[in-house]
Design a protein around this ligand. Structure first.
Ligand code: HH2
Length: 285
């Protein structure tokens, strides 16, 4: 029996990633004082650049910089503050690393500034909602866009979320936002879809999504997931944030065998090895 697969390639700013070769690992670099699992560790630019170099040595395919935490209950920061955290590190990494650099932001003015600084992918946890100014910036730059599903906002998303059918609802949202982004000019081959594990989802919603990821191929876009160290993993294993690697790895395994192209993680080296094995199994099918 053949294992499910997604699209064959992803394009951003003139780069072409062949997704048939292997799955791709996105290394998370949080430049925030308050991220849920590594807040404050990389707020110093030197520490951030060292961590970025380490992740690339370990095999990260993409590095993703974030200047605002979106953990449940997080409070938004200004665009100026976000840029103050992200731009110096982005400039340093641009000049010394060859991997594509993504920035996790939902603010159009931040997206515009980081795209001007050479970022290649914008990861929007609000999924290009609203009037589409962020998607327009992405289109203008010919960049990649990650459209993630979130119910509500980080402030209220975990207050009693409810779905009739989480897969149907998330699929409909992603399909609508992808079509919208294409209408404002984003290249159809430059869009990645992410069901947004932990963003306005109950434990069972996250587990149902993880078991039904192959259904997302119907939308014809590469899929990304970000299970790394999240609280739903902690709930299943009854473990604190620092002890969730195996739980994260189980989610990555489920995802890769269903044809997910991108996994967004904090622990790059172990995930690269894990994926090499999973990709070998996939290739045999
Ligand atoms: N998860 C987080 C942030 N951004 N983007 C996508 N596309 N998918 C995700 O699952 C996702 C995301 C939350 O994790 P993290 O960046 O580690 O924490 P924080 O938001 O507290 O900085």
């Amino acid at each position: 029996m053949a294992l499910p697969t997604g699209p064959k390639r992803f394009r951003c700013r003139g780069r072409l990633l062949d997704l048939t070769e292997r799955s791709r690992v996105v290394g998370i670099l949080n430049l925030t004082p308050d991220s849920f699992s590594d807040g404050g560790r990389f707020s110093d630019p030197e520490a951030a650049v060292d961590q970025a170099r380490r992740m690339v040595e370990e095999g990260a395919d993409i590095l993703e910089l974030g200047g605002e935490s979106t953990r449940p209950g997080a409070v938004a920061v200004t665009a100026d503050e976000e840029l103050r955290r992200v731009v110096p590190v982005l400039r340093r990494l641009r000049s010394e690393l060859a991997v594509p650099l993504a920035v996790d932001t939902y603010k159009p003015e931040v997206a515009r500034a980081v795209l001007d600084e050479g970022a290649e992918i914008i990861n929007d946890v609000y999924g290009a909602r609203g009037e589409g100014h962020l998607a327009i910036e992405v289109a203008r730059a010919g960049a990649g866009l990650v459209i993630m599903h979130m119910k509500g906002t980080p402030r209220d998303m975990q207050v009693d979320p409810f779905y009739e059918d989480v897969v149907v609802e998330v699929l409909a949202f992603l399909q609508d936002r992808a079509a919208f982004s294409e209408r404002v000019g984003v290249d159809p081959e430059s869009i990645i879809l992410d069901p947004g594990l932990g963003f306005g989802k109950r434990l069972e919603d996250n587990l149902v999504l993880l078991g039904r990821l192959s259904e997302f191929h119907r939308l014809g876009k590469p899929v990304m997931i970000g299970p790394s160290r999240k609280s739903f993993v902690g709930k299943v294993l009854d473990l604190p944030v620092g002890e969730r690697w195996e739980g994260t790895a189980a989610c990555v395994g489920a995802a890769i065998l269903q044809g997910v192209a991108f996994v967004r993680v904090h622990e790059v080296g172990p995930t690269v090895r894990l994926n090499r094995m999973l990709d070998a199994i996939r290739k045999a099918h």
